[in-house]
Design a protein around this ligand. Structure first.
Ligand SMILES: [Zn+2]
Length: 312
């Protein structure tokens, strides 16, 4: 176990041993596929793992310059370029903030880049972040690349769920499912690697609900926890305010789609906790610092109503 941990250490990733081992096996067998799909809930670390895999594929610190090592060395020029986000053979594609989808023009640019010879590395690596956000045109266009890939091209797709992609795309990618971490894994990592005090690490690990990416965000952005508390307190008061006020709140939230999504996610966890609290499983709730309010409200709301809210 300990040796395995050390051999994976070049990946610099908390948990996800199963996924990393899968990738290391394809590297060891020198059978790197043309396309991989990393799946799992938001903030679980899909993009990070795709980045680390890309770095390993491009690393020139191994014993044979023509073969990717099993673990990136984190020291060669290629590794440093990937880490600094300026490796010319690593291309990132994602939905533009002001657009609803990843567009066909972006996939066409990928195709012309992939037809080009690599500039420095042995491969041209493309990360398509949130591949489920491609519109149909873009997805069909990508399919052509997947059907007839250039020999040195590797595509790394991320999506919350494989079911969100076209079956024709799914059949041409190697799936790498990623799973939630335990709160103990997150707590330990926060204390040891981010030097978070035990009490705060405990709270963040509980709130992260298995998603290391969220935990790191909460450590790096003090506002996140303050904002969360304010949002939940506002949510707890919602049943007491008038219909007009509720519409005003809804309007305010929906004006910023990224924020609205974060709030809805928060609410989902809140109502899930409410179901747990109503079923007398308070110790399983995620919002550990607000268990008193949860308990009070759950006794008023009841199991049936709480479950209905989660589904809605
Ligand atoms: Zn390297």
């Amino acid at each position: 176990m300990t040796t395995q941990q050390t051999t994976r250490s070049g990946w610099n990733i908390v948990g996800h041993e199963h996924a990393i081992d899968l990738l290391r096996r394809t590297l060891a067998a020198q059978q790197v596929r043309h396309a991989y799909l990393f799946t799992g809930p938001e903030h679980i670390g899909k993009t990070l793992l795709a980045h680390r895999f890309a770095q390993t594929l491009l690393c020139t610190g191994g014993s044979d310059l023509h073969v990717a090592p099993l673990d990136a060395c984190n020291a060669c020029l290629s590794c440093r370029k990937v880490l600094h986000g300026n490796h010319p053979d690593l291309h990132i594609i994602s939905r533009a903030p002001d657009k609803q989808f990843i567009l066909i023009e972006q996939v066409r640019a990928l195709q012309s880049d992939s037809a080009r010879k690599t500039l420095e590395g042995r491969r041209n690596v493309f990360i398509i972040q949130g591949a489920h956000e491609m519109n149909l045109q873009a997805a069909n266009c990508l399919l052509k690349t997947l059907e007839e890939p250039e020999p040195d091209v590797v595509l790394l797709l991320t999506a919350p769920d494989p079911g969100l992609l076209l079956p024709t795309i799914l059949s041409r990618v190697q799936q790498v499912p990623m799973h939630l971490l335990t709160s103990l894994q997150i707590k330990t990592a926060l204390e040891q690697q981010w030097e978070v005090e035990p009490e705060e690490a405990n709270l963040i690990a509980a709130l992260a609900a298995g998603r290391m990416g969220w935990a790191v965000q909460a450590v790096e952005d003090d506002e996140l926890l303050v904002e969360r508390k304010a949002q939940l307190e506002a949510l707890a008061k919602l049943p007491m305010v008038s219909k007009v006020q509720r519409f005003e709140i809804a309007q305010r939230i929906s004006s910023d789609s990224a924020k609205a999504r974060a709030i809805l996610e928060l609410w989902l966890f809140w109502w899930r906790d409410m179901v747990l609290a109503a079923n007398k499983c308070l110790d399983l709730t995620v919002n550990v610092d607000m268990r008193n309010i949860l308990k009070q409200q759950a006794s008023r709301v009841g199991t049936v109503e709480a479950e209905r809210m989660v589904r809605r």
